[in-house]
Design a protein around this ligand. Structure first.
Ligand SMILES: O=C1O[C@H](COP(=O)(O)O)[C@@H](O)[C@H](O)[C@H]1O
Length: 246
């Protein structure tokens, strides 16, 4: 089954994030209306600063039945929950603490294990169990892209890209962007999605966005190309600056 790809370019970052909030809330609520529940994977980085505060406010907050939403994380920096770099912490502060999501339906990466491999094994299991409870698919996976082309914590040419296809979570060591130890869901996990939404804003992302979306490309150089949810939707929402080279 082919992937349905949609690219939307917005004049300004504000319009991009408003459109992303509208799309995500519509997709989550459609899932709830059709299947009685929704499963989402959140990324960190700029989304915590610009998208999540919108989702936490009117009108988007009221448009999602948050008690019926389960939350996983697309990736996590392997630092304690109270570290400023922790994505769960940032997502809680900007979104989850402001909406009536059920605490037991939020699944942070357990960064309190001494060995990240143990956390990855547990996160694999939790992701598999949640996917099974949601018909085998995420309803929405939200992803960013770094200026170097990384998405979640999948970095270009990194050995983590060669993770066996049956693994849903992987430890990423020696990440070129700090902090160096991370945990990421894998392309296998992201491809089990009804909708994947990439969001990119700003001139620093322009080359990476163009490399991801134009020409034949190379999935090792552009890990975003590994994410092709069969039979699902793939959205790229970018502002004019990030889409300048398209
Ligand atoms: O380190 C990370 O980077 C990517 C991109 O972040 P951005 O700030 O450039 O949007 C982010 O999606 C990922 O979750 C995060 O761990």
């Amino acid at each position: 089954m082919p992937v349905q790809r949609t690219i939307r370019v917005y004049d300004r970052a504000e319009e991009l994030y408003q459109a992303a909030a509208a799309l995500v809330s519509e997709q989550l609520q459609t899932a709830i209306n059709e299947r009685g529940r929704a499963l989402v994977a959140f990324s960190g980085g700029s989304l915590t600063a610009y998208l999540y505060p919108l989702l936490a406010g009117t009108p988007w907050r009221e448009q999602i039945d948050w008690p019926l939403v389960s939350v996983l994380f697309a990736d996590e920096r392997y630092v304690p929950f109270d570290d400023a770099e922790n994505t769960y912490r940032a997502t809680r502060q900007t979104l989850l603490d402001h909406v009536p999501v059920q605490a037991e339906q939020v699944f942070p990466v357990p960064t309190y294990y001494r060995e990240p491999e143990q956390a990855a094994a547990i996160y694999h299991q939790q992701t598999a169990a949640l996917l099974a409870a949601h018909g085998g698919k995420f309803d929405v996976v939200l992803l960013g892209i770094g200026p170097d082309g990384h998405t979640a914590s999948l970095f270009p040419h990194h050995p983590a890209l060669a993770t066996p296809a049956d693994k849903l979570a992987v430890v990423v060591r020696d990440a070129p962007k700090p902090p160096p130890v991370r945990l990421s869901l894998t392309p296998t996990a992201f491809n089990a999605a009804r909708s994947v939404v990439f969001i990119a804003s700003g001139e620093s992302k322009a080359a990476a966005v163009a490399a991801a979306l134009t020409g034949p490309g190379n999935p090792h150089a552009q890990p975003t190309r590994l994410i092709q949810p069969e039979g699902g939707s793939l959205y790229w929402l970018v502002d004019r600056a990030a889409g300048r080279l398209l």
